[in-house]
Design a protein around this ligand. Structure first.
Ligand code: SF4
Length: 210
């Protein structure tokens, strides 16, 4: 994939979808970090359905750090893997409260040391919380990047490396959101809508339909 072709792809995605905003709902760094951890293995809308109650009951890291884990489990149950997630977000809240002075760390290495935060989540927090260029690779980004021809690998780290070597840094954050939107609306996992795809002629997917 040449940078010029990638530029055309992103331009066409912007023309089709506009500049998308994140689907997760949050109003502070605290809410972003917790929502991101809850979003593992589920949809953003499932997370958005539980976070208003969670954040009303526990409005900041300090209150969540002292939460009764059973109560947290009850509130977030519908997001799946709720036992692990309840444990992770309360431990994370304690870690940030006690070891980071109540402040979310602003670099990937420290973020990845927080419970429940892997590289993808750390990249989302850097990008959306701090506006630091990062290309988070979730299931949509991985599928779309492979189909279009940015890479040929199931390894998210290698996908991220390909994307960030081809796409200019200024486009990493919007690129991540555009790929997710494209994956949800057009390049779906099953039955991608190739005939109406804005980048059909630029896509290398062998299984695409015209
Ligand atoms: S042509 Fe099909 S496979 Fe390629 S990006 Fe568009 S929807 Fe996805």
């Amino acid at each position: 994939m040449m940078p010029a072709q990638s530029e055309s792809i992103l331009e066409r995605m912007i023309a089709r979808y506009g500049m998308p905003s994140p689907a997760l709902e949050y109003h502070s760094l605290y809410q972003l970090v917790v929502a991101v951890v809850l979003s593992a293995q589920t949809t953003d809308s499932q997370v958005n359905a539980v976070t208003p109650s969670l954040f009303r009951r526990f409005p900041d890291f300090q209150s969540l750090a002292g939460a009764d884990i059973a109560e947290v489990e009850t509130i977030i149950k519908s997001t799946g893997f709720y036992r692990n997630k309840a444990k992770n977000i309360t431990l994370l809240a304690r870690d940030i409260t006690h070891n980071h002075g109540g402040t979310v760390p602003e670099n990937r290495e420290e973020l990845m040391r927080l419970p429940g935060v892997g590289r993808k989540s750390a990249n989302v927090i850097l990008a959306m919380g701090f506006n630091i260029p990062a290309f988070a690779v979730d299931t949509h980004v991985l599928r779309v990047a492979n189909r279009i021809g940015y890479c040929a690998t199931d390894d998210p780290l290698k996908v991220e490396a390909s994307l960030t070597s081809i796409i200019p840094e200024t486009m990493w954050i919007p690129g991540h959101l555009l790929f997710i939107t494209h994956g949800r609306r057009t390049c779906r996992a099953r039955n991608p809508l190739c005939p109406e795809c804005a980048i059909n002629d630029l896509c290398a997917f062998a299984g695409k339909t015209l």
